[in-house]
Design a protein around this ligand. Structure first.
Ligand SMILES: [Zn+2]
Length: 417
């Protein structure tokens, strides 16, 4: 299981769906003719909990030599993947303990559980901590990326179907806590336990594990810090009420099932229902496990109240949640209406023009929609235009003018660079 790197402050990440091809030394699937000759074991689900609630089937066996293809002719795999990944929601869930079960009766033939188990980027390390079990007729199952010290077995122990053998970890080549489950026949062939039109004709599962190929949400919350992928994966407690002591308000969402060109949008609405900030992200790849996050500076006290955040994919509303900005609501005057224009002159400067007396109390602040101050200057109160040599340094977009009394007006600046 592998991931790409995050893309900066407001970022995304995804399961590696397009990893470069690794060496491919093995026959990629069990020859069907052999299935008739040998008794094929049936497997119970090797992990505790419920699919799409406690774990998510992110990567299946790759059936394609030259690209990627899962047993349903989809792309829920990566190049050369030989097993099935049962991925947990986060590391907090891993810490609480998620059991791994023997999928069938057998004998333990290999145990390793001394390795570091909190890897967050996929680097060399293979299965990490793992257990191998030999079943009847030459079948083996492998349980990879286990939690350090969690294997409560000895070599040559006999285990029964459904018996706890270990706990889920993130050891080895692993970016998130997950169980990599792999089936082998006679040390020669690995075998996809699922059946489908691009895979095996016969399933090895005793239970049904739904193949999901549409969008879904895993989790979301607000925090008062700017996250990294690491902090999101830890699933730290969220926050509902924010005040001036909080630097930012962050919204993050974890989901699956986006495709190239899909647009993730996060809309922030102030207590009056006005759009305060919008974040759009075009997904470049098909992702079956991803995070998106965006943050704003904690709104000023005159914007105290219940804020709303909407998350959309391709303008289709996926979730709405709210947080509260606490504060003395009388600290600032309400927004001053200012009939102002903003444009760029032929010298490339930003020009602000307004019709009436400038109400900014001799101070002008321009703040971008991330809440970052991009310009601050004294303003002669008898002027009706102001030329600012800042346009070349700013991107086109929406900015807000502030005076000493608070927000004055949102302005859309379109700069010709
Ligand atoms: Zn895997």
């Amino acid at each position: 299981m592998c991931l790409n790197a995050p893309h900066g402050a407001q970022a995304i990440y995804f399961e590696c769906q397009n990893m470069k091809k690794i060496s491919f030394l093995l026959v990629f699937a069990f020859p069907f003719s052999l299935a008739a000759q040998v008794g094929v074991p049936q497997f119970s689900i090797p992990i505790q909990g419920a699919h799409l609630q406690d774990y998510y089937l992110v990567n299946y066996v790759d059936w394609s030599f030259d690209s990627i293809q899962d047993f349903k002719c989809g792309h829920k795999t990566y190049d050369g993947h030989q097993g099935t990944d049962f991925t947990l929601r986060n590391f907090a869930q891993m810490d609480a303990g998620v059991d791994v079960y023997a999928a069938n009766t057998g004998v333990v033939t290999y145990i390793l559980d001394t390795l570091f188990d909190r890897n967050k980027t996929a680097v060399a390390g293979g299965l990490g901590n793992y257990v191998a079990i030999r079943h009847f007729n030459g079948f083996y199952t492998y349980y990879g990326h286990l939690k350090k010290g969690s294997v409560a077995l000895q070599l040559s122990d006999t285990v029964t179907m459904g018996q706890k053998i270990a706990e889920v970890g993130s050891s080895g080549y692993s970016s998130d806590p997950h169980l990599h489950f792999e089936v082998w026949y006679d040390s020669l062939y690995y075998w996809d336990p699922f059946s489908g039109s691009c895979g095996n004709p016969q399933t090895l599962w005793l239970d049904t594990l739904a193949y999901v190929h549409e969008f879904g949400l895993i989790d979301h919350d607000f925090t008062d810090f700017i996250p990294t992928l690491d902090t999101l994966k830890e699933r730290l407690p969220g926050q509902e009420v924010f005040s001036s002591s909080d630097r930012v308000v962050t919204f993050w969402v974890q989901g699956y099932g986006v495709f190239p060109g899909d647009i993730s949008t996060v809309k922030w609405y102030d207590p009056q229902g006005d759009l305060w900030f919008q974040f759009d992200y075009a997904h470049p790849y098909e992702w079956w496990y991803y995070y998106v996050w965006t943050y704003i500076n904690t709104p000023p006290a005159d914007k105290a109240g219940i804020w709303t955040v909407a998350y959309l994919v391709n303008d289709d509303l996926k979730l709405v949640d709210s947080f509260e900005v606490a504060g003395a609501t009388a600290a600032f005057e309400p927004e001053t209406a200012l009939d102002a224009k903003a444009f760029q002159n032929s010298e490339g400067d930003l020009v602000l023009e307004w019709q009436q007396h400038f109400p900014l109390e001799d101070e002008l602040y321009i703040v971008d929609m991330m809440g970052t101050l991009v310009y601050h200057s004294p303003v002669p109160s008898n002027q009706q235009t102001l030329t600012l040599p800042i346009a070349q340094a700013l991107n086109s977009g929406l900015y807000v003018l502030y005076g000493k009394q608070g927000r004055v007006k949102p302005l859309r600046f379109v700069f010709v660079q």
